[in-house]
Design a protein around this ligand. Structure first.
Ligand code: R5P
Length: 312
């Protein structure tokens, strides 16, 4: 089977880096919008018999990018691809993994079902909001982690970090992983989400007084979580040059205005989303291209991914 990589429209720069790292080109794909808003997808060359990897994070506009991914999968399958893998570095709807109240949709499950309906054989994702999401997929899910790469970068950019901070209960395991990589203690912020855009914080567990804090999370969306954690840290007497690291930098809605006035010495994210970092914050982007390229190489050659995978 020939290795074929196809980029959706969400993050072509990342797809190109991955293809370069693997020493292969991208299969051309025409993705156009019809006047009524329909998406039309057509592959520019044959993928018959190929081992096809569709690289498409489902970043905003989420519905558009998700549709592109589904249609690319269908196009590849109908064009005779032998195996189709959806590489979704940022997987939207991962936060909708259960019903918190009685009448909500479980969006993560719906998206997993849609990918299965498009006959995707395998999904590759990076630092999902919740590892249990794997159970939603009827096909194998390879859950990669960028934590070692981000932790290495933090070790260089903030070697004087003294405590890793989980900004909410959901980030506890993630913070412990960073803590193990950086050999630092971990503190936990008590956060409650009020709406998609606002959160409240209720104190912190762990010793942060006088210490330089490294806040870690899976994603920064509206930055309400980070802003809340910074506020709690300052109240608790942490050193006022905080470092923030997150895998997925979405920076939507009021994120930029929320982050700008905070005493953040460094903001570190990966390029899963591919958005510009909100200036004027001092930022740093760690590419997940090497991680994805290694994973795709292993899958293509049917070698173990053990070193790259997030173990619960
Ligand atoms: C929530 O549990 C996630 O791990 C993130 O903390 C959250 O989604 C970030 O969203 P925002 O930046 O809008 O607070």
């Amino acid at each position: 089977m020939t290795l074929r990589i196809i980029a959706g429209g969400a993050n072509p720069a990342l797809a190109l880096k991955v293809a370069d790292a693997l020493g292969t080109g991208l299969v051309g794909a025409g993705i156009v919008r019809f006047p009524d808003g329909e998406i039309h997808v057509e592959l520019a060359e044959s993928v018959r018999g190929g081992d096809v990897y569709l690289l498409q994070p489902t970043t905003p506009p989420i519905a558009e990018h998700l549709h592109e991914l589904l249609f690319l999968a269908d196009a590849a399958r109908r064009a005779g691809a032998r195996r189709v893998t959806a590489v979704v570095p940022y997987f939207a709807y991962a936060r909708q993994d259960r019903r918190a109240t009685g009448r909500e949709a479980v969006g993560g499950r719906v998206v997993a079902d849609l990918l299965a309906a498009a006959h995707v054989d395998r999904v590759v994702a990076v630092d999902l909001h919740e590892t249990a999401l794997e159970g939603f997929f009827p096909c194998p899910l390879e859950h990669l982690t960028s934590v070692p790469a981000l932790a290495d970068t933090l070790g260089v950019l903030a070697p004087d970090g003294e405590v890793v901070v989980a900004p909410d209960a959901g980030a506890t395991k993630l913070a412990e992983r960073y803590g193990r990589c950086l050999k630092l203690p971990v503190a936990f912020v008590h956060k409650r989400r009020v709406s998609g855009e606002s959160v409240t914080t209720h104190g912190i567990a762990g010793d942060v007084r006088g210490r330089r804090a490294l806040i870690v999370d899976d994603m920064i969306s509206t930055a309400g979580t980070v802003a809340g954690a910074v506020g709690v840290l300052l109240e608790a007497g942490a050193a006022p040059d905080i470092v923030v690291a997150a895998t997925h930098g979405l920076f939507v809605g009021p994120a930029v205005e929320r982050l700008a006035p905070l005493p953040i010495a460094r903001l570190v994210v990966t390029d899963t989303v591919g958005r510009e970092l909100p200036s004027p914050l001092p930022g740093h982007v760690v590419s997940v291209a090497p991680l994805l390229a290694t994973a795709i190489g292993c899958l293509h050659e049917e070698r173990s991914l053990d070193r790259l995978i997030l173990h619960a």
